[in-house]
Design a protein around this ligand. Structure first.
Ligand code: GDD
Ligand code: MG
Length: 403
């Protein structure tokens, strides 16, 4: 793979935010000797493979089409570990069982292993209760609903099986080719990071195709939620540094990857607020040169945030306007309630939401539920999870050597 390397970086405390990098060549193997260039980097297939072998791909899924799910499994490179965290309905039809069946068949024929757990598994809830990670549980002691909650379980499992990187891919991706590219971009991003143990790779898709009644196919550059979240996130960053910026283009990047060392250090916002809040949390905890708890944990490392633009378009399930609205609120609430926001920022954001009909004039922007970093719980989780893993490993009908 050949990529542009970022030529511009904003440094905010211990965080380096790199401008968007583009993919120039999806596959660069078979070329002759390389002429050195400063702005373009080639990542060899061996390097990609090396990083993919250390990566778990986590797929959060909730009642998606099984055909789409089945298609995207074929796109996850064989070297990656596969972890599916489902919050799908168990009745009247047990959709989780069907997902498990699809994954089992895939694993059987590809001779690979995968983990699949249900977010509402009582055993999982009990383990989380026992290790004291209560923020993931609701009042009834069950794991909370939400995409972020599913992703956190995925991260705990990735840590448990000894992976160094975790990448996320939504289960409603229609094009396996896009998913294949996303995972290779994750690996390329870590290969290019100066300190891959403390890096985050966020995908910016080139186009998001939509079919419209009036004009047929439209290849949009921005989604409806991300345009607004990017704008406000850049504003928040400008407030923090005093310099206007537009460096952030991936505020809502569902497809992203993290090194597990970094992943363990940061808090997460519940549901769909998770992606923008990752950046907010980096700025709040590591984005200043004042001594802080965050910087102490980071030691002398720096955090790199790479934003990489894919070549394939992104096509996923259209879930309707109410879904978009709720996602917008969940995303923006993490900025609104950030300690970096000031009164003027909050007022403008609130007014825009009221004007757009996303918030009633007397309504308050809900405070996001924040899930604390999983680092302190990771070892205890690993030590108690044996029984859960026994049920979660696929393929079920295959006896694997103990190693
Ligand atoms: N485990 C689990 N638990 N998975 C869930 C849950 C849940 O409670 N809710 C949703 N998911 C899964 C979905 O099945 C899908 O695979 C993925 O999480 C993303 O959810 P969608 O409902 O499809 O979200 P979206 O497509 O509107 O938004 C996505 O893209 C945005 C950027 O364009 C998400 O990834 C957003 O987080 C992202 O900001
Ligand atoms: Mg989707």
């Amino acid at each position: 793979m050949r990529l542009e390397f970022s030529r511009y970086t904003e440094r905010v405390g211990a965080v380096r935010l790199h401008e968007v990098m583009r993919v120039i060549e999806l596959d660069s193997s078979g070329g002759g000797p390389e002429l050195p260039t400063l702005a373009v980097r080639r990542v060899s297939e061996e390097r990609l493979l090396e990083h993919m072998a250390r990566m778990a791909v986590v797929i959060p899924i909730r009642d998606e089409r099984l055909k789409v799910f089945e298609g995207l499994l074929s796109a996850i490179p064989h070297a990656c570990a596969l972890i599916v965290v489902s919050n799908s309905k168990r009745a009247p039809v047990d959709r989780f069982r069907l997902e498990r069946d699809v994954l089992d068949q895939f694993c059987y024929y590809t001779q690979r292993r995968a983990l699949i757990v249900h977010q509402q598994s009582p055993l999982l809830a009990r383990i989380l209760q026992e290790i004291g990670y209560a923020a993931l549980l609701d009042a009834e002691g069950r794991v909370r609903d939400g995409k972020a909650e599913g992703m956190l379980i995925g991260m705990l499992l990735a840590h448990t099986i000894g992976k160094d990187f975790v990448g996320f891919v939504d289960a409603d991706n229609y094009f396996p080719g896009s998913v294949y590219e996303y995972v290779r971009i994750f690996a390329a991003g870590f290969s290019l990071s100066p300190d891959p143990e403390y890096a985050m790779v966020r995908i910016l898709w080139r186009y998001k195709p939509k079919l419209t009644y009036a004009s047929g196919l439209r290849l949009d550059r921005w989604g409806r939620v991300s345009e607004r979240t990017n704008r406000y996130l850049n504003r928040l960053l400008s407030l923090h540094t005093d310099f206007t910026t537009d460096i952030i283009r991936t505020a809502n990047s569902g497809e992203h990857a993290l090194s597990l060392r970094l992943a363990q250090l940061i808090p997460y916002a519940s549901g769909y607020g998770i992606e923008p809040y990752q950046i907010v949390a980096l700025l709040e905890h590591f984005g200043s040169s004042q001594a802080s708890e965050g910087l102490k944990q980071l030691g002398d490392h720096l955090i790199d945030v790479l934003q990489i633009e894919s070549r394939n378009p992104h096509l996923h399930e259209n879930k309707g306007l109410p879904h978009i609205q709720s996602m917008t609120l969940q995303s923006l609430s993490t900025l609104y309630h950030s300690s970096l926001a000031d009164e003027a920022f909050r007022m403008e954001l609130r007014e825009e939401l009221i004007q757009e009909g996303l918030l009633g004039p007397d309504e308050e922007i809900p405070v996001p539920h924040i899930l604390p970093p999983f680092g302190p719980y990771a070892e205890a989780f690993r030590n108690r999870v044996e029984l859960l893993l026994e049920q979660a490993w696929l393929p079920a009908r295959w006896t694997w050597p103990a190693s």
